[in-house]
Design a protein around this ligand. Structure first.
Ligand code: HEC
Ligand code: HEC
Length: 340
């Protein structure tokens, strides 16, 4: 009898400990879209708001984004968006951080390494519809007035990127809507925000009590970045000396394999072929110190020149996408492999 009571009470206590009410929400599902909850809480909709994008449009957008062209229902293929790139050349469609409120380049690289995903110059399209401004920071230096229309307008941001970043043609209206529809499927979900029990409780309360909605909205918005900051930077003043930081080759290996090889392996998006052969590392090593247009400092910090609509080019890495330390890590890896 004593044993029975002990067992009974142990289960009872365990039961209380695992009662779901403290850590989960009654009203919000983990997979629910953040945009939908914000909308329910009375937050203002962005001008790119699409409540119910059609399945057809989403599918066309997916094809345009990943394949660079689309096949309409009639079987008619639309002309390629770009001869050189697809959107995934430079943008992932997965999230790139566990904690979406931060933006550290090394945390981003660690996440990419852990999940074996590309480490690219462009921000991920996962969560793009949750952002309120685009081509932030220094991008106006590169694209000038074009940024003015794109900064607060996701449709214009897509158009700008298709022409300027992807060196492609002007998009038709339905193509912009299709791409936007696809991006709406990549909106942040509640579980991405890593909310704790009391956060969820507040949201639950705010959904029935308007007095709490402002607090709940700002709580939700504090859990992710609503824009991608962008800081342009320069190569070191002496290429031979570099940034004066000790490089870590193991880290450089991840940059090389997940970053550089994404575009350069088998000449995927570039005529410049790079791989894991000694030849590749020697080529990079031979140019790194000289003030050559092929030095990694030059290409990573300035990119390669663009010729509108005519050529592939390499986009630069902002500080948010590659730190000076990471540049030195890459260099250390190249040096190490070239010597082998
Ligand atoms: C050659 C590289 C490249 C290609 C190809 C490319 N992009 Fe971009 N894109 C960039 C870079 C670099 C930025 C600068 C801002 C950022 O992403 O952080 C950008 C910005 C954007 C933004 C604004 C993101 C933000 O938060 O500021 C959108 C939207 C976008 N691109 C959509 C697309 C779409 C759609 C395609 C395909 C039609 C595409 N891009 C193809 C490199 C590229
Ligand atoms: C988004 C795709 C992309 C990524 C990522 C990328 N490159 Fe490039 N790179 C290019 C393109 C495109 C060119 C231009 C040459 C061409 O037309 O094929 C280029 C050119 C170069 C050149 C030759 C420049 C010259 O003028 O001689 C070097 C060297 C180079 N890249 C190194 C790198 C290294 C190192 C990395 C990783 C840090 C890297 N690239 C990442 C696309 C990319």
């Amino acid at each position: 009898m004593k044993i029975f009571i002990t067992v009974f009470f142990s289960f009872f206590i365990l039961g209380i400990a695992f009662l779901p009410t403290s850590t989960s929400s009654k009203k919000v599902k983990p997979t629910e879209k953040v945009s939908e909850i914000l909308y329910k809480l009375g937050d203002e909709e962005p001008n790119h708001f699409l409540r119910y994008p059609s399945k057809k449009s989403i599918e066309l957008g997916r094809q345009l984004f990943h394949e660079g062209f689309a096949t309409k229902e009639s079987g008619k293929k639309v002309k390629r968006l770009s001869k050189h790139f697809v959107c995934t050349s430079c943008h992932n469609v997965e999230k790139e951080f566990n904690d979406l409120s931060q933006n550290d380049a090394q945390v981003r690289l660690d996440y990419a390494t852990q999940n074996q995903m590309p480490f690219l110059q462009g921000s991920p399209m996962y969560g793009a519809i949750n952002r309120t401004s685009f081509y932030n920071g220094d991008y106006y230096k590169k694209y000038g007035d074009l940024v003015n229309v794109a900064r607060n307008n996701l449709r214009e941001a897509i158009q700008l990127c298709a022409i300027e970043c992807a060196q492609g043609r002007k998009l038709k209206n339905w193509e912009i809507e299709a791409l936007l529809s696809y991006l709406w499927t990549l909106g942040l979900e509640i579980e991405d925000l890593q909310l704790d029990g009391s956060d969820l409780q507040l949201i639950d309360q705010a959904l029935v009590d308007k007095n709490k909605s402002a607090e709940a909205i700002s709580l939700i918005k504090s859990k992710y970045m609503d824009h991608s900051p962008a800081t342009f930077t320069t190569p070191p003043s002496s290429f031979a000396e570099g940034y004066g930081l000790q490089g870590v080759p193991e880290n450089g290996k991840n940059i090389y394999e997940l970053g550089c090889l994404h575009c350069h392996k088998d000449g995927r998006y570039s005529f410049v072929n790079l791989d894991n052969s000694k030849y590749s590392f020697k080529y990079l090593d031979n140019h790194v110190d000289s003030y050559s247009h092929s030095s990694i400092y030059q290409v990573a910090r300035y990119g390669t020149p663009t010729h509108p609509g005519k050529k592939a080019y390499m986009p630069q890495y902002t500080l948010e996408k590659m730190t000076d330390q990471q540049m030195e890590d890459l260099r250390a890896y190249i040096k190490q492999e070239a010597k082998k």
